[in-house]
Ligand binder design. Structure first.
Ligand code: FAD
Ligand code: SF4
Length: 335
């Protein structure tokens, strides 16, 4: 049987391995962390249905286990060619093809110093908030209930100053999902979303956005927060411009949530230099063609699945898992 190594055990990698097994190949998942799951291990409920992320992960992991797919965790890949994969410890594994499903990196909000993340209390990222939801400990740092909450869109995306020009796609809908979740926990609170544009690209997303406005009374303000600073009474003062009215705006809030973007992994540069695959200007790995070969790389025998090529939702990553596996299976059978 042909061995195909899947690098990365997030949703994309797991679905790729499952489909490879269906296609008659012998998949091996190499995951650098101690367990499978990728970023979903840190998310609470998923847009657009509020389905617990743990439920989706348990189902996918269960399928991987029941199918008897070989998995090696704590196995970080340092380099690969179509016919071999080298682990960080130096061990080399032979294979017939490789599917790269190494995902993305969260933008580090500390780089946008003007928002005070890591400096002021009660400035958190969307990723922090997911963990707080999951652990049932959403509150101000002094334990009290927030009365006014602001979400800021496009932190570390669509921002040339931090070399991240691309749109991360999922943060607008994440902002809607999290604002609704906050309103459920704190019905008495005023919730504001500051955005540049609202991008609701997926099925059910626009409906969720309308529900957020009409049923939950969440306020959407077109404008970007220029800076945040602490007040003496422990709140955060934000300065923004309402770009619809052209008016500057100052507001004190109890919590500021930064909707951090998805950026390309630093390892993509190394992988591109070593294995001959290409990167797009945003640093994500570039598929052979955006139209007909979205899961093929520019090098023979190397395939892609999931967010390693661009920001995507879970459903999109899973679909790419099927496509990448089929493309890899077709390739190895022809040899
Ligand atoms: C704040 C936030 C909230 C989100 N909420 C939702 C939501 O509600 N609904 C939704 O549909 N989508 C959501 N998303 C998007 C979702 O997280 C992604 O679609 C999904 O995680 C991508 O899966 P992936 O397998 O491509 O990558 P990842 O989840 O990043 O998995 C990649 C895996 O590869 C491993 N890896 C990386 N490098 C190596 C290496 N060198 N060797 C071995 N292993 C390696 C990593 O450890 C990781 O396990 C959200 C994103 C963000 C930022
Ligand atoms: S999805 Fe929305 S918040 Fe995210 S980068 Fe694009 S426009 Fe900004």
């Amino acid at each position: 049987m042909k061995r195909v190594i899947v690098i990365g055990g997030g949703v994309a990698g797991m679905q790729t391995a499952l489909r490879l097994a269906d296609d008659g190949c012998d998949p091996l998942i190499l995951e650098k962390e101690g367990e499978l799951g990728g970023k979903l291990r840190d998310w609470y409920v998923l847009f657009p249905t509020f389905t617990p992320a743990s439920e989706v992960l348990a189902e996918l992991k269960g399928r991987v286990i029941r199918r008897g797919i070989e998995v090696r965790t704590s196995a970080e890949v340092a380099a690969f060619t179509p016919h071999s994969v080298t682990l960080a410890g130096g061990e080399t594994l032979a294979c017939d093809a490789v599917v790269v499903a190494t995902g993305f990196t969260l933008f580090d909000a500390r780089i946008k110093e003007e928002y005070g993340y890591g400096i002021y209390d009660n400035v958190v990222t969307s990723a922090d908030l997911e963990r707080m939801f999951a652990e049932g400990r959403v509150a101000k740092s002094d334990g009290s209930r927030p009365r006014r909450i602001a979400f800021l869109h496009c932190v570390g995306s669509r921002d040339e100053k931090v070399c991240q020009s691309h749109c991360s796609r999922v943060c607008c809908i994440t902002g809607v999902k999290q604002a609704m979740e906050m309103k459920r926990l704190f019905p008495e609170a005023d919730v504001f979303n500051f955005y540049m544009d609202i991008r609701m690209f997926g099925p059910g997303y626009e409906e969720m956005y309308r529900e957020a406005q009409q049923r939950c009374n969440i306020h959407f303000v077109r404008g970007r927060i220029s800076e945040a600073s602490p007040t003496i009474d422990g709140r955060i003062q934000i300065k923004a411009e309402d770009t619809l009215t052209g008016r500057p705006l100052k507001m004190s809030v109890d919590m500021l949530v930064l909707l951090v973007g998805m950026r390309a992994n630093d390892s993509n540069a190394r992988f591109a230099a070593q294995s001959g695959v290409e990167r797009s200007p945003s640093g994500f790995l570039a598929p052979k063609s955006l139209f007909l070969d979205g899961v093929r790389s520019t090098a023979e025998g190397i395939f892609y699945a999931g967010t390693v090529t661009a920001p995507k939702s879970v459903g999109e990553c899973v679909c790419e898992g099927y496509a990448a596996a089929d493309a890899a299976a077709e390739y190895v059978k022809e040899r």
